[in-house]
Design a protein around this ligand. Structure first.
Ligand code: ADP
Ligand code: ADP
Ligand code: ZN
Length: 212
């Protein structure tokens, strides 16, 4: 069965997804990663998404849902981890439709990663990414062995444009307005599970593991 992983920006969704993929043999779909890849390759989707992503706004539902439909169309087999999708109620409804229409493995749990705002700020401002392979680091909690160089592939690391304090503020507002209501949406569906996102990545993963 598939899993929805949601929570505020910087909660650790990407980090935990990577662990979940290793453990559970599920396919990872991160709309954030897909938008960044499209932006890097300057595809029509990337050019369209860039203004929203760089300014910390949600990409419109029609574009985001279209993207997920395309990805699922290319591979609907097996179970999925939906990371950072859905982020709005219309996206949540569209995901259910896509699942039934396309015969995709249904959602077993909607795991919500709970992290207080002050910690989110620290996680987001210290986040670094590899330009080449997308690996995620943190200047304090998960530094690269050699400063600025990816441990995994030797690529250069960089700071996301939207990880600056002012853009983070916009993202947190978008989260509160559009994504937080999904808690109630999934509670009503009986799928909601809250995971304490504080502590090191191993401790957080040990709380997720029973649901894989
Ligand atoms: P999200 O995908 O939810 O935005 P990430 O997985 O990218 O979050 O994590 C945000 C930042 O916080 C990254 O720099 C990551 O290395 C760091 N991080 C993730 N989980 C933890 C944790 N449990 N403790 C400390 N830092 C963490
Ligand atoms: P975060 O660290 O905030 O969880 P992501 O990498 O998941 O970041 O997303 C980065 C940006 O990509 C978002 O701020 C938004 O502009 C866009 N994005 C990602 N997923 C979605 C989505 N499901 N709906 C709309 N916009 C999205
Ligand atoms: Zn790398």
């Amino acid at each position: 069965m598939s899993i929805v992983l949601f929570g505020p920006p910087g909660a650790g969704k990407g980090t935990q997804s990577e662990r979940m993929v290793k453990e559970g043999k599920k396919t990872h779909i991160s709309t954030g990663d897909l938008f960044r890849a499209a932006m890097k390759n300057k595809t029509p989707l990337g050019i369209e998404a860039k203004g929203y992503v760089d300014n910390g706004q949600l990409v419109p539902d029609s574009i985001t849902i279209g993207l997920v439909r395309e990805v699922l169309d290319a591979n609907k087999e097996g179970d999925f981890i939906f990371d950072g999708f859905p982020r709005t109620s219309p996206q949540a409804e569209a995901l259910e439709e896509l699942i039934s229409e396309m015969g995709v493995s249904p959602i077993q749990h909607a795991l919500f990663l709970e992290v207080p705002k002050q910690v989110l700020m620290e996680r987001l401002t210290g986040r670094r990414l590899c330009k080449d392979c997308g690996a995620v680091y943190h200047v304090k909690s998960a530094p690269t062995a050699k400063e600025g160089i990816c441990d995994r592939c030797g690529g250069e690391t960089y700071q996301r444009k939207d990880d600056s304090e002012d853009v983070i503020a916009t993202r947190l507002e978008a989260y509160a307005k559009s994504t937080e209501p999904l808690k109630e949406y999934y509670q009503q569906k009986g799928l909601y599970i809250e995971i304490d996102g504080l502590g090191d990545t191993d401790s957080v993963f040990s709380r997720i593991k029973p649901y894989l």
